[in-house]
Design a protein around this ligand. Sequence first.
Ligand code: SAH
Length: 271
Amino acid sequence: MSDGGPKGPRFPLRLDQVGGAPAAPRPMLRPQAPLQQAHADAVRRAAPSGLGLDSADVRRHMVQRLHAQGLQHEAVLAALDSVPRHLFVDAALATQAYEDTSLPIGHGQTISKPSVVGRMLELLMQGANARAGQSLGRALEIGTGCGYQAALLARLAKQVISIERLRPLHDKAREHLAALRLTQLRLVYGDGMRGHPPNAPYDSIIAAAGGEALPPAWLEQLAIGGRLVAPLQEPRTHRQVLVVVDRHEHGYAHSVHETVKFVPLKSGLGG
Ligand code: SAH
């Protein structure tokens, strides 16, 4: 939709550098209330109760609905079909795990709704390096949260680094993911605004939290031919939109997509 020009965007990239007519203002994201964390693992790991169905069936229905709503990418659909989302949320929410809704994961954070996760992964898979390699290659996720999207990424990429700034969520994601034994996935406790230089460059970068600008480190650590997908706040309207940035040999190009509601990107480490 909009081209960063031959030299690419200034760092940090802000949406007020993007032309186009201003859109109508919309209300800001209201943070969800923190979830009480009191349920035993054994209970949480049970299939969604009250549905009377095997979780694989419920999940298949979710994937069919997402497909009917326009999600096309086969590998993304297969990944959504294979990762048990109910294992990543509190037992009290397990019955809602396969509805198209965001859910609280504690510490004021949320797991995105499956349609948004699917959409972002599809956009990522449509990047040049991913298209050529049929995989997200080396991927960086900022905002591990409960680890659900990290598990999906591990199904689509050769290697995944996922960073989380809140220690309790980082630890919980590690627990959730242990049973899946995803050897190509590494969880890092750190400030994702700095990216993760040791494994850069990345073919794919995806952020699950949005700020007013894309941190320079992300753009610097994006490989040539690589693609970044992130929520970003429009300065004039305060709307959060999905932004796609492609890195070319001589610069960056970006496009602006639909309105989304992600938790804020924060700098530094949390407890
Ligand atoms: N992909 C996650 C979504 C988690 S919500 C999932 O599947 O559950 C977004 C997460 O981003 C939150 O856990 C929040 O703590 C984290 N976050 C926000 N700013 C961050 C930063 N600078 N570095 C790393 N993680 C960050």
